[in-house]
Design a protein around this ligand. Structure first.
Ligand SMILES: Cc1cc2nc3c(=O)[nH]c(=O)nc-3n(C[C@H](O)[C@H](O)[C@H](O)COP(=O)(O)OP(=O)(O)OC[C@H]3O[C@@H](n4cnc5c(N)ncnc54)[C@H](O)[C@@H]3O)c2cc1C
Ligand SMILES: NC(=O)c1ccc[n+]([C@@H]2O[C@H](COP(=O)([O-])OP(=O)(O)OC[C@H]3O[C@@H](n4cnc5c(N)ncnc54)[C@H](O)[C@@H]3O)[C@@H](O)[C@H]2O)c1
Length: 445
């Protein structure tokens, strides 16, 4: 029994059915989940249309074509072809071994929870009384608001600010932290802030929403820093939380904490008092991207088919597909500080590459982070055109724990942005070798 038919649920269900298992997939909205209809696909489509300079009408036509006009018929057909029984409706565990879908009970031996996540709406005065957009509406309706205020400057807020500003909306972003993308390396948010400001986006950093009021002329927002903003539409992009409530998991002795992911071990199994319970995707709160959902789904699939597999999250990329792209992988400086890891950082401005000169685009920077104690690359961030592609080798290096001396010996084609990692890798390799020599001398005087 797979609860939730998004990216993770579809992959687990189809894989098990193809292996000859008897599989039911419960879905209460669209088979396929968020990514193809309301998240990754429409947002990347609109960002590309903006980059190409298309009109809003052309961009909408392209978006709606790529999302299949939000019809899940092809996805349902794929499930049928794989041999999966699709049960339409909201599912919840009624008792050990029993799931109820809209009043009808079905039995199960193994349960895989893939119920995804939902947007968080901040508690602010007046917010409950005004019509709000979440990313779902922003990426599926045809409206182009004249004045749009976006609450939150994380990946969703930044991507959508760029989309709407590019097509002519007057956009303001209200971000509670002092910078955009606060979870990532500080320079990344700064590069993006420069670009959004250049496009005319009004950035209100370090400010929260105090109050909101309806006026004849639209909405008036009062911010915690004393500022005000007028808007025709407010888009909430203040984070998402795992969808764990109302699933009846307490019947299986699963510890559910609202706002937190379902706990999973390294095999993606959920500790429970009774039965075989597994989880994959946003509901685990581990990585919250489509590729991570797919990865965890493959781990569950393998374990359910009797081949033990453990997930390794050290090098899952986190990409914001703005122009320029912001790419992060592994440990961020903020996370390193939380974990008490002493990082050695080496960076390079893309402006110093020949590629930037020939492409007439000098924006961006790359930073690589090595764990001083282990002498290994553990994280990286880049802001730059195409970084989602040319930074992949760094993800591999982190995951494979490739020695810095070897990485520093890799040759990149000229002229590419990829060359930008060479100087920082040499710097880190030399520094880590020197630190190793130093500690060897101390141990062996
Ligand atoms: C605006 C936006 C842009 C994004 N862009 C990217 C991107 O470019 N790249 C990327 O990697 N990630 C991106 N993401 C993240 C990505 O969309 C998610 O990580 C991914 O969709 C998670 O897949 P999932 O299977 O865990 O959940 P979902 O796709 O949300 O699927 C969960 C499914 O479970 C169903 N469900 C829930 N509860 C029940 C129930 N009780 N009964 C029956 N069905 C139920 C839901 O209807 C839903 O269909 C983006 C997210 C947003 C919001
Ligand atoms: N390209 C991608 O892979 C991609 C794109 C978009 C989203 N996603 C996924 O979707 C998830 C959700 O993204 P998100 O950007 O909504 O969440 P987020 O948690 O990453 O960012 C939310 C931002 O809103 C701010 N915030 C919270 N409350 C606020 C308030 N009241 N006023 C002002 N600011 C406030 C936070 O400080 C934070 O910077 C992410 O974790 C990400 O993994 C992925």
């Amino acid at each position: 029994m797979v609860l939730g038919g998004g990216t993770a649920g579809e992959l687990v269900a189809a894989g098990l059915a193809r292996a000859g298992r008897d599989v039911a997939l419960v879905e209460n909205r669209l088979v396929g989940g968020e990514s193809p209809y309301f998240a990754c696909v429409p947002s990347k489509s609109l960002l590309l249309s903006a980059r190409r300079g298309e009109t809003w009408e052309m961009a909408l036509a392209r978006r709606d074509e790529l999302t299949g006009r939000r019809s899940d018929d092809p996805a349902v057909a794929r499930m049928a072809e794989a041999g999966v029984t699709v049960l339409r409706g909201k599912g919840r565990v009624a008792a050990p071994g029993r799931v109820e879908v809209d009043g009808v009970e079905h039995g199960f031996a193994d349960l895989v929870v893939c119920t995804g996540s939902e947007p968080v709406v901040p508690a602010a005065d007046g917010l409950a009384d005004v019509p709000l957009w979440t990313s779902d509406e922003a990426l599926s309706v045809p409206d182009l608001p004249r004045r749009l205020v976006i609450l939150g400057g994380g990946p969703v807020g930044c991507e959508l600010a760029q989309v709407y500003a590019a097509f002519g909306s007057q956009v303001a972003v209200v971000e509670a932290s002092g910078r955009l993308l606060p979870a990532e390396a500080p320079f990344a948010g700064e590069v993006l802030a420069d670009e959004l400001r250049r496009m005319g986006v009004d950035l209100r950093l370090g400010a929260g929403l105090g109050d909101i009021e309806r006026k004849d002329t639209g909405l008036r927002l009062w911010l915690s820093d004393g500022g005000t903003l007028d808007a025709d539409r407010v888009l909430v992009a203040a984070g998402r939380r795992p969808r764990v409530e109302g699933l009846g998991l307490e019947h299986l002795g699963v510890a559910v904490a609202p706002g937190h992911g379902l706990p999973v071990d390294e095999t993606c199994r959920v500790p429970s008092a009774t039965g075989s319970v597994w989880a994959a995707g946003d509901v685990t709160g581990v990585a919250r991207t489509t590729h991570a959902a797919r990865y965890q789904a493959r781990v569950v699939l393998s374990n359910l088919l009797g081949r033990r597999r453990e997930a390794d999250y050290r090098a899952i990329p986190r990409v914001v597909y703005t122009n320029p792209t912001v790419y992060s992988v592994g440990i961020s400086p903020r996370r390193a500080a939380e974990l008490g890891i002493d990082l050695r950082t080496a960076g390079y401005d893309l402006a110093a590459t020949a590629r930037a000169a020939v492409g007439a685009d000098e924006r961006g920077r790359v930073e690589l982070y090595a764990d001083r104690a282990r002498g290994l690359l553990v994280g990286a961030a880049a802001a730059g055109l195409g970084a989602e592609e040319w930074m992949s080798e760094i993800a591999l290096a982190i995951r494979a724990e490739t020695p810095l001396s070897l990485l520093a010996d890799v040759v990149h084609a000229f002229p590419t942005y990829g060359e930008s990692v060479e100087a920082p890798l040499r710097e880190l390799a030399a520094a880590c070798a020197a630190a190793r020599d130093e500690s060897t001398r101390e141990e062996d005087p």
